[in-house]
Write a protein that binds this ligand. Structure first.
Ligand code: C5J
Length: 222
């Protein structure tokens, strides 16, 4: 075990038991015409993290950590899309509607894909998830168990929605969770800040937060 500089205190990193989970770095959340923009968000706010997510991905690959990518998406027949989710709010296009990058948040459509810079490579796990949390209605729990993973390093979008929901699900399942500050973003910068603070408050009630450089430095000593 080796400690990685983090908040609220050093993260007890165990390389053999750790994995990286990259949440929803999809065109639908980061590009014009996708789901995020149809909800009225400025997607430029989340595009800025792509180079740091890539640095993190490459560092974890080099460190030999298992990598898991998630994608929020639904079946083409919408059988896994609750009415309550489809009908929420007043977006310009709803999930399943035809948009400029194909049907919004539907598996297999171009807009649902992971960004080209962050594409999974052979051997990496891709989880398609219908909810905000990556454990709900997926095989993620059993995949992590089979690999002997007990620690999860988190990146992705959006900080307060799918990243935080999955971190809380993981925390309740007994995983030690660390969120990399430069590798996560929200359409609302104040929500990102609040999420970082609520994760590490009360002695790390949900987990740890760390800066990317400190994590990468920690990898060299582990
Ligand atoms: C949202 C996500 N924000 N990936 N999804 O609807 O955070």
């Amino acid at each position: 075990m080796s400690g990685i500089k983090a908040e609220p205190f050093d993260f007890p990193f165990r390389r053999e038991q750790a994995a990286l989970i990259v949440i929803d770095m999809q065109r639908d959340f980061t590009e014009a015409g996708g789901f995020g923009e149809t909800l009225g968000n400025d997607v430029r706010r989340v595009q800025t993290i792509v180079p740091d997510v890539r640095r993190l991905l490459e560092a974890c690959r080099q460190a030999g950590l298992p990598i898991i990518h998630t994608m929020e998406c639904h079946r083409p027949d919408l059988s896994d899309l609750p009415e309550a989710k489809r009908n929420r709010g007043t977006p310009r296009l709803r999930i399943g509607d035809q948009g400029p990058m194909g049907r919004i948040l539907i598996a297999g459509e171009p807009g649902t894909d992971i960004l080209p810079e962050l594409q999974p490579i052979a051997g990496e796990v891709v989880i398609e998830k219908p909810g905000k949390g990556a454990f709900y209605a997926t095989d993620l729990g059993s995949i992590l168990k089979e690999k002997g993973i007990t620690q999860l390093i988190f990146a992705g979008v959006t900080t307060e929605v799918c990243v935080q929901t999955t971190m809380r699900e993981a925390n309740d399942r007994g995983f030690e969770c660390l969120l990399v500050e430069e590798a996560t973003a929200s359409y609302f910068p104040e929500f990102k800040q609040a999420t970082l603070e609520m994760i590490r408050a009360q002695g790390g009630i949900v987990g740890w937060t760390a800066h990317l450089d400190d994590l990468m430095e920690g990898f060299t000593h582990a």
